[in-house]
Design a protein around this ligand. Sequence first.
Ligand code: PEP
Length: 256
Amino acid sequence: MARKKLIAGNWKMNETLPEAVVLTQEISNIFEKDWLETVDVCICPPYIDLKPAKTVLDFDHLGIAVGAQNVFYEPKGAYTGEISVPMIKEVGCTYCIVGHSERRTLFGETNEDVNLKAKALLADGLSPIICVGESLEVREGGAYLDYVCAQVRAAYAGIAEAEAKDTVVAYEPIWAIGTGRTATPEQAEEVCAAIRETLTELYDQSVADTIRVLYGGSMNEGNAEMLLAMANIDGGLIGGASLKAQSFVAIVQAAL
Ligand code: PEP
């Protein structure tokens, strides 16, 4: 089944407000609106850059979406330092990354947190980009498919079929993130296919066929085309290369 590819840029904790405006404008300047008929594109700047980035994109009438990198699952209240789903929705986010490996390893985010965040986003009509992926230790131990598929099962607990269709999964092997060591297309495809099989077990083939499974981990303009050619890789979650307009846009073009 043909799924529309999604290229999402994860800016992480980079770009001050003026820098974010410049980067968004640079992307916008070299972007061709027609591409969005074939590929969905989303940028995920830090929270305080979301509104200005969205304003630049809206001013240029570009349909590039904006997403957050994280969110808290409670709608409001005494949660100092947190940001809610209604808050990111109000500034125009339609996507939100959840369970990125940096959040899991550096900030102690659990599978349960990821599930609660995904459910809160779906309840408000946003699409979670649910990140899963194994460490080098797990990969070398050989049980990486079981590990990643267990993360998928935990993330989707209690999510109904109708909502599951609005989710995105990003397979991001930790050993490939920010390391310059990309998974080979075959390595990435093996896990992305196993993720789709897990989604088929949780729902059914037709639902699993609608959910986009992205690859993330040192994807760049040199390797994107080969990775995106794989049957179960429906796009990319791009870290480092999303911080350079030319590189990010070249990856978008590789998805056309
Ligand atoms: C990421 O952190 O989501 C990521 C894929 O980073 P990079 O592209 O820099 O490896």
